[in-house]
Design a protein around this ligand. Sequence first.
Ligand code: PSU
Ligand code: MN
Length: 310
Amino acid sequence: MPVTDPTPLFSVSEEVADAMASGHPVVALESSGVVQGLPYPLNLETALGIDAAIRANGAVPARTAIVNGRFAVGMSPEQLEMFATSPDMPKISTRDIGPALASGGHGGTTVSASLVAAGHVGIEVFAVAGIGGVHFGAQQSFDVSADLIEFTRHRVTTVCAGAKSLLDPALTLEYLETQGVPVVGYRCDDFPAYYCVSSGQRNPRRIDNLTELAAAARLHWQAGNRGGFLVTHPIAEEDSLPSEEIYGLIHRTQTDAARAGISGPAMTPHILSKVSAATKGRTAEANRSVLLSTSALAAQVAVAMSRRPA
Ligand code: PSU
Ligand code: MN
């Protein structure tokens, strides 16, 4: 076998490549949420809903994944269906990329791995409902998501509804501050928490119009910064879940999980599925709502960023 495989590592779909070549807005997406997130067929329906929301708001979706040992940017409907029906497919974070590509297999990319792909091919906007962050108890466990490290490495604006509700919002914001990653609330004061409108923390800044938001990201980079830019916007109030209930449930679940020896990449999917079971599907509805609203806003941000300043 040759030492360097001649097959290109990145397989950018025709639609995404055409959009990028013509300056049309593109929004990158993860695929771990499809594999490790919701059950089939809800995961597939939601992924298709996300794509539709992005298109309806004027951008092209570019879901990333590892498929047959290549980094796909823009998945085909067949690939998406395969991922949605393969819950045992591995979760690929930054550290897993090289080994997963070398294995020739498949994998669902987390935020961290998706940002590596978006940064590599030059997609400037990424959408995810809840970023990874600093876990509760990280002072002991050291459990800090690789998502945060990748926010320091790529010129990508991530649009999200804050950090996943199972994360410590104050420590997550501390980390982002230390690393110089801007966190800007779009039309909101509070740093959201995925299922919940507020995490109890405030966004360090707030901007109320898309033109200024796009300019803020551009100028962050023009000033010489190399890392990402975070935009937060919460789930719709009517679809949100009460934060006392969710945080109580998460703390109990996490204590049980730690006692049972669950750690590492298994922690996030474990807690999310336990919370989902305990809330009898209310989290699934909240999930859907926040995934769609975040994707729609990400497309609007991508459109604003694709307009050159006057
Ligand atoms: N959704 C899930 N389970 C997951 C993820 C999403 O239901 O595991 C992925 C996301 O892609 C996110 C990552 O980037 O988990 C964060 O995991 P960790 O805390 O292990 O870094
Ligand atoms: Mn972790």
